[in-house]
Write a protein that binds this ligand. Structure first.
Ligand code: FAD
Length: 142
């Protein structure tokens, strides 16, 4: 495998599209589903803070009737899912990357579905995705 991309959010899917455009073989490893952060780590009433016209990925942009509107969570996940589909992104869902180790000719990537060797790596696993819960939690009543 030439390249492994970790994460199927905006960044990982954009990287995948650019790799495909250059005929670079790769796989996108995603611990959950495509757009997992938006499916699992947001709240139902949230809308994007950025207007629809700003929502762009390589070769794809918002084409709907409301460029000055703000996407709902359902619209964000649909936009990303459609982008992944149209790009033919080689996403392996439910594959959690548990470690990455530098080896002579690239990287050894350990996952919940087996190990992969690759020459290069794109880490697109998002921000703030390990919870940090302060110790004061123990003094808060249920
Ligand atoms: C509440 C909130 C509101 C926001 N609103 C906006 C907005 O209005 N406009 C805007 O432009 N941006 C907004 N952002 C920022 C937004 O998160 C980014 O723009 C964008 O989603 C980041 O994409 P990403 O691909 O970097 O990360 P993510 O979308 O988080 O994707 C990372 C992916 O990596 C996967 N992953 C992580 N670790 C592993 C692992 N070990 N193995 C396998 N897979 C893994 C995750 O499951 C996830 O699918 C908001 C963020 C938050 C938290």
């Amino acid at each position: 495998m030439t390249t492994v991309v970790i994460g199927a959010g905006h960044a990982g899917l954009a990287a995948s599209r650019l790799l495909t455009d250059r005929s670079i073989d790769h796989v996108v490893l995603e611990r959950g589903e495509i757009a997992n952060s938006w499916r699992r780590e947001r709240w139902d009433s949230l809308r994007l803070l950025t207007p629809n016209w700003q929502t762009r990925l390589p070769g794809s942009k918002y084409e709907g009737p409301d460029p000055d509107g703000y996407m709902t969570m359902g619209e964000v996940t649909a936009f990303l899912s459609q982008f992944a589909h149209l790009s033919g992104a080689p996403v392996r869902t439910n594959t959690n990357v548990t470690s990455v180790t530098r080896v002579d000719d690239g990287y050894h990537v350990a996952t919940s579905n087996g190990d992969i060797r690759c020459g290069s790596l794109v880490i697109a696993s998002g921000a703030c995705n390990l919870p940090s819960v302060p110790s004061i939690r123990s003094s808060i009543p249920p």
